[in-house]
Design a protein around this ligand. Structure first.
Ligand SMILES: Cc1cc2nc3c(=O)[nH]c(=O)nc-3n(C[C@H](O)[C@H](O)[C@H](O)COP(=O)(O)OP(=O)(O)OC[C@H]3O[C@@H](n4cnc5c(N)ncnc54)[C@H](O)[C@@H]3O)c2cc1C
Length: 407
């Protein structure tokens, strides 16, 4: 008879772990505390809009994720490679377009001569891209640790360019306000952005865990199950003890490592304020201590995100940055965000309605240099999840692979 294993937590890591266990011939009982699968990759529908729980994209450059997911089956659509950078000015905001010169040569060259920064910084971006693309993924994670900020300085970037470009982009991805995230993670994300696209599935980001769930053939799922793990072989559920050949923990308690938080404000608008399918970065977030990191219009990428005559605008605010500014309520977030958006887009913002303000307290893990140093060691614990690897969909999937390989 085949062994029966319990997997606790049906986020991306628990779902993929269950899939791999099935393939290895185990019988799997998957338990999830909430009423649906997917964990942090959640989506709700409201007033005809698709609202992801925090701005969330898939990266087609992720090597494991692209072998696991079928982007076409999920009807994924991509952002343009590159970004818009906005700077608010007393009369009219200035917007620069940084298309990826390697994939959009004409637009890239136009952006390069637009005087947002010195040509030397742009040349350094090109050199950095060339250098990182030539480094194998496994070599990225075996390098010595340093902060992203120190790494960028060591590559010769001016502090002004770091503050106006890298900070709003990568601070908004890593959900922190000073680029202290280990440079290995920066290189990994930068490489994936260079070799792939940021995409959104038609049905919202929860389509990603749902895709995995649909691949499970005989795993037994129990929802709304608050499980207590007693040891590697026993759990309690509903006061009853259940025994397994192994118990796998695919979550992190909120008091643990997953501490980086984020605020997201979703607006309904009559039309998109952005030209082109780009994410828009706030170059003033550090230089003028502003709140917004970046803005995106998901409905420009995936029209299904909004009703026909509307646009969905999603604004991201890094939690610790809001905290540093003493902003910690939905009312304060709403008024500060609307004020900043009015500086960018003028009276147009009066026609926008707030659909939802989300605060995600446990969004990403805080991983130290020593956590990254352990990444390539064999995972002997019966635990997976992005907190055991690195804070991304790819990290969550990889953590499951490592665990199942070592069973
Ligand atoms: C706002 C936001 C934006 C993000 N953007 C990106 C992005 O653009 N690209 C990217 O790659 N990554 C992104 N991420 C990170 C990515 O979503 C996570 O790395 C990934 O979803 C983590 O999956 P997981 O399985 O490790 O954990 P989780 O998704 O946290 O899953 C853990 C599951 O365990 C359940 N659970 C907890 N305790 C118990 C219990 N006692 N019993 C039963 N079940 C339990 C939880 O309910 C949850 O469903 C983002 C995350 C957030 C929050």
């Amino acid at each position: 008879m085949s062994e029966r294993v319990a997997v606790i937590g049906a986020g991306i890591s628990g779902l993929y772990c269950s899939y791999l266990l099935e393939k290895k011939g185990y019988e799997v009982d998957l338990f999830e505390k909430s009423s649906k699968v997917g964990g942090r990759m959640a989506t709700i529908e409201k007033s005809g809009f698709i609202l992801d729980h925090g701005f969330h994209v898939l990266q087609t450059g992720y090597p494991l994720a692209s072998s696991v997911f079928d982007y076409q089956a999920m009807n994924c659509q991509s952002f343009q490679p590159g970004a818009l950078v906005i700077e608010s000015r007393p009369k009219k905001s200035k917007i620069w377009c940084f298309a990826d010169p390697f994939r959009r040569p004409l637009r890239g060259i136009k952006g390069a001569i637009s005087f947002f920064t010195s040509p030397f910084n742009l040349l350094r971006v090109g050199l950095l891209r060339w250098h990182i693309m030539r480094t194998k993924d496994e070599d990225i994670f075996s390098q010595n640790g340093q902060s992203t900020q120190d790494f960028l300085v060591s590559r010769g970037f001016s502090q002004s360019f770091i503050d106006r470009f890298f900070l709003p982009l990568f601070g908004g991805i890593f959900l922190e306000s000073n680029l202290r995230t280990d440079a290995r993670m920066f290189k990994f994300v930068f490489k994936n952005m260079s070799r792939g696209d940021m995409v959104l599935p038609k049905q919202g980001i929860s389509a990603v865990p749902n895709y995995l769930f649909n691949k499970l053939e005989h795993t037994k799922l129990t929802l709304s199950a608050d499980v207590k793990i007693i040891n590697d072989r026993e759990i309690t559920i509903g006061g009853k003890v259940q025994k397994y050949s192994r118990v796998i923990k695919a979550f992190e308690e909120s008091a643990g490592k997953i501490t980086r938080s984020v605020w997201t404000v979703h607006f309904s608008a009559p039309k998109s304020p952005v030209k082109g399918k780009y994410i828009m970065l706030n170059s003033n977030v550090k230089t003028q201590n502003k709140l917004i990191s970046h803005l995106a219009v998901p409905s420009d990428i995936q029209p299904s995100y909004a009703p026909v005559d509307k646009s969905l605008i999603t604004v991201t605010i890094v939690g610790e940055h809001a905290q540093e500014k003493g902003i910690n309520s939905k009312e304060q977030i709403a008024s500060s965000v609307v004020k900043e958006l009015t500086e960018w887009f003028g009276g147009e913002v009066e026609s926008w309605d707030i659909l939802d303000i989300q605060h995600i307290a446990a969004a990403l893990p805080e991983l130290s240099a020593s956590d990254f140093a352990k990444i390539d060691l064999n995972n002997q614990n019966l635990e997976c999840g992005d907190h055991t690897y690195h804070g991304s969909v790819e990290g969550a999937l990889q953590s499951a692979v490592k665990l199942v390989k070592n069973l």
